[in-house]
Design a protein around this ligand. Structure first.
Ligand SMILES: NCc1[nH]cc(CCC(=O)O)c1CC(=O)O
Length: 312
């Protein structure tokens, strides 16, 4: 029966998540010449969407945006999930796998400035809203005088808070704004050298059940080789640092035309006063090792104790 074969796509309910799920559906329709009603988009509320009054680092980290969706996948209430790779924990739950990394978009962060268009021009002591430890730390490093307040919630909520004057500026991923046709609200695009992205930023990933050949074959045409390699290196870097939302970590892998991969990795103290970065190049086949070794390099540079004492 046709309805039994409907492919159920699991997603969060934010505007960005819904746009991403429809984008994936459109690509699958084109790749396989399928009608829209071959798919059903199932919205799943996650604790990350519900708990809005505390920083992510306090409520338990990355898994927050994915846990309920992963449970739906394991219980076969959906057939695959669309996630932002950046929101995914380093380890996959038993029985699930990342079955396709979609072509990566612009990885950069942008400032949306109300008081001034650029970080450099923000008034002394200006307030910046962000829930990301990485953005807070990098911002503080550039402008120690700025005050950072926790901004949680989806992109629309954060922009409303900005509008209401709860902050003078906020930082977002340009990839999300692009997907929502909102890139015009950005007032400054931040430089990749001083403001590298979160591991996986700008990349959408399909998660499915291990061994579900039907879904693996369905999503295979969407996968992008360069993104898969870069994601492998960035996530290996994150895994080596045992990255949680408590740690400001940035990583950006790029592929050269000569079959090499270069990873720029960075860790900071939350106040931005201390920063360690590394660049490591190797052949793309070694993406995982390059990520791991880069992680070890910054760990050694930081020394024991770098991660201690942040817990509270
Ligand atoms: N839950 C936060 C989140 N996860 C992924 C993106 C941006 C899109 C992406 O990186 O693919 C965002 C919003 C933001 O940081 O501005």
């Amino acid at each position: 029966m046709a309805s039994d074969r409907t492919i159920r796509i699991g997603t969060r309910g934010s505007q960005l998540a819904l746009v991403q799920a429809s984008e994936v559906r459109a690509k699958l329709m084109a790749a396989h010449d399928l009608p829209e009603d071959a798919f059903a988009i199932e919205v799943i509320s996650t604790s990350g969407d519900r708990i809005l009054d505390r920083p992510l680092s306090e409520v338990g980290g990355k898994g927050l945006f994915t846990k309920e969706i992963e449970r739906a996948l394991i219980e076969e209430r959906i057939d695959f999930a669309v996630h932002c790779l950046k929101d995914m924990a380093t380890a996959q739950p038993d029985g699930l796998e990342m079955s396709a990394f979609l072509p990566r978009e612009d990885v950069r962060d942008v400032l949306i400035g109300r008081a001034a268009p650029t970080i450099a021009e923000l008034p002394q002591g200006a307030v910046v809203g962000s829930a990301s430890l990485r953005r807070q730390a990098m911002l503080k490093r550039m402008r120690p005088d700025l005050r950072v307040v926790t901004f949680r919630g989806n992109v629309q909520t954060r922009l409303r808070k900005l509008e209401e004057g709860q902050a003078d500026a906020t930082l977002l991923a340009i990839a999300g704004l692009n997907r929502m046709d909102m890139a015009h609200i950005a007032t400054e695009t931040l430089d990749l050298e001083t403001f590298p992205p979160a591991p996986g930023q700008g990349t959408l990933v399909i998660q499915s059940r291990v061994g579900d050949r039907r879904i693996e074959e369905l999503v295979a045409p969407l996968a992008d080789r360069a993104t898969t390699i870069a994601s492998t290196a960035e996530r290996a870097f994150l895994a080596e640092l045992d990255g949680s939302c408590r740690t400001p970590i940035a990583a950006h892998a790029t592929l050269g035309e000569d079959g090499t991969l270069t990873l720029h990795g960075m860790i900071l103290t939350p106040d931005g006063s201390e920063m360690h970065e590394t660049r490591r190049t190797g052949v793309v086949e070694d993406a995982e090792v390059i990520g791991r070794l880069a992680g070890r390099t910054v760990l050694e540079a930081a020394g024991p104790g770098f991660f201690d004492g942040w817990a509270d």
